[in-house]
Write a protein that binds this ligand. Structure first.
Ligand code: NAD
Ligand code: TYD
Length: 349
């Protein structure tokens, strides 16, 4: 069975990937994670006693610990998701984004290259270093157009600048040293186990607590939303069939303004968890995010035509599922809201 090293497997997307691989017996997995505020071992409860799942506690910037993980686990492939991922936190404290996203990725690349060079030729042929990145590296779109794999990089936030930088390092390790790399740039994800600092889970949980639902600016900024398990199937397909050195954009044509997203959540909650007032009455417009990108939208033609990927959820079905998941899984989010992050405004300068 294939052996996959996943970094950041205790995070939102990483845990969805690990659950998918282990549950479907697709690979033996080592999750290498430092468990920052965003990492949560309870997101892996359903697989943590499975013999296909292993955990190694460590920082991706720690060269020796990363070397040990490669040496002992002997992966056939690495999917690198560990990162600082929240734009608002990157405005408050950019240094950690440079450290983890840039230096951490460079450390992993160095160790992976040394490891790859020593593999027998057949293993070298199939080994992949896959970097899980974001569409935010492309900057902001106006009212029209889409990001393709050829769109020039133009990041604006410290988060997107750090991810753009790490993408460049990954490409350099392919072009200079021949490491078989893959880069995927995905649009905004949503779904179960999403840390409630991000728009969708924050809105759901604030609404359930009858607290204000903060909408930045006029709520006119547009994001292109993808259900997290659709991202996971795309990642696995790229890992299996993607061409080394290539980039694949991932998105499902689900553009919404932020205000539309918040209003849709309110309408679902009005039905599933009725309250004395419509939840929309909690919507509060607040100071805009500095450097707020107007619009993101992905053109997924390459992954659809070259690899045959298709998402299974549209935004309406995925959002309803997500709201129901939060209603049914208070055991997961209540401790986070009480002990880690209660929803205060971040990144407003
Ligand atoms: P997340 O913040 O939920 O999880 C990040 C994980 O990385 C956590 O488990 C954390 O403990 C771990 N981590 C952080 N720093 C580490 C370090 N120095 N060493 C080891 N582990 C460390 O992030 P996510 O939303 O699951 O995103 C995963 C990846 O996907 C990131 O690289 C992100 O840039 C990318 N991405 C995210 C989205 C999105 O919408 N969330 C979209 C496209 C791409
Ligand atoms: P977020 O979930 O932080 O993702 P990203 O910044 O990576 O796109 O934010 C999604 C959008 O929602 C973004 O345009 C900022 C906006 N937003 C709000 O309006 N209110 C909020 O409380 C948050 C967290 C985000």
């Amino acid at each position: 069975m294939k052996r996959i090293l996943v970094t950041g497997g205790a995070g939102f997307i990483g845990s969805a990937l690990v659950r998918y691989l282990v549950r479907n017996k697709l690979a033996e997995v080592l999750n290498y994670d430092k468990i920052t505020y965003a990492g949560n071992s309870s997101s892996l409860k359903e697989v943590d006693s499975d013999p296909l799942y292993h955990f190694a506690y460590g920082d991706i910037c720690d060269l020796q610990a990363v070397e040990k993980a490669f040496r002992t686990f002997k992966p056939d492939s690495i999917l690198h998701l560990a990162a600082e991922s929240h734009v608002d936190r990157s405005i408050d404290s950019p240094a950690e984004f440079v450290r983890t996203n840039v230096l951490g990725t460079a450390t992993l690349l160095q160790v992976a290259l040394d490891y790859w060079k020593r593999l027998p030729p057949d293993k070298q042929e199939t080994f992949r270093f896959q970097h899980i990145s974001t569409d935010e590296v492309y900057g902001a779109l106006g009212e029209e157009g889409f990001f393709t794999e050829k769109t020039p990089y133009a990041p604006h936030s410290p988060y997107s600048a750090s991810k753009a930088s790490s993408d460049h390092f990954v490409r350099a390790w392919h072009d200079t040293f021949g490491l078989p790399t893959l880069i995927t740039n995905c649009s905004n994800n949503y779904g179960p186990y999403h840390f409630p600092e991000k728009l969708i889970p924050l809105t759901i949980l604030n609404a359930l607590d009858h607290k204000a639902l903060p909408v930045y600016g006029k709520g006119a900024n547009v994001r292109d939303w993808l259900y997290v398990y659709d991202h996971v199937t795309a990642l696995c397909l790229v890992n299996e069939k993607g061409r080394p050195g290539e980039t694949y954009n991932i998105g499902g044509h689900n553009e919404r303004t932020n205000l539309q997203v918040v209003q849709s959540i309110c309408r679902i909650l009005d039905e599933l968890a009725p309250w004395e007032k419509p939840y929309e009455s909690l919507i509060t417009f607040v100071t805009d995010r500095p450097g707020h990108d107007l619009r993101y939208a992905i053109d997924p033609t390459k992954i659809e035509t070259e690899l045959g990927w298709k998402p299974s959820e549209n935004f309406d079905t995925g959002l309803a599922r997500t709201v129901r998941w939060y209603l049914d899984n208070e055991w997961w989010w209540r401790p986070i809201r009480e002990k880690k992050y209660a929803g205060r405004r971040l990144g407003s300068l």
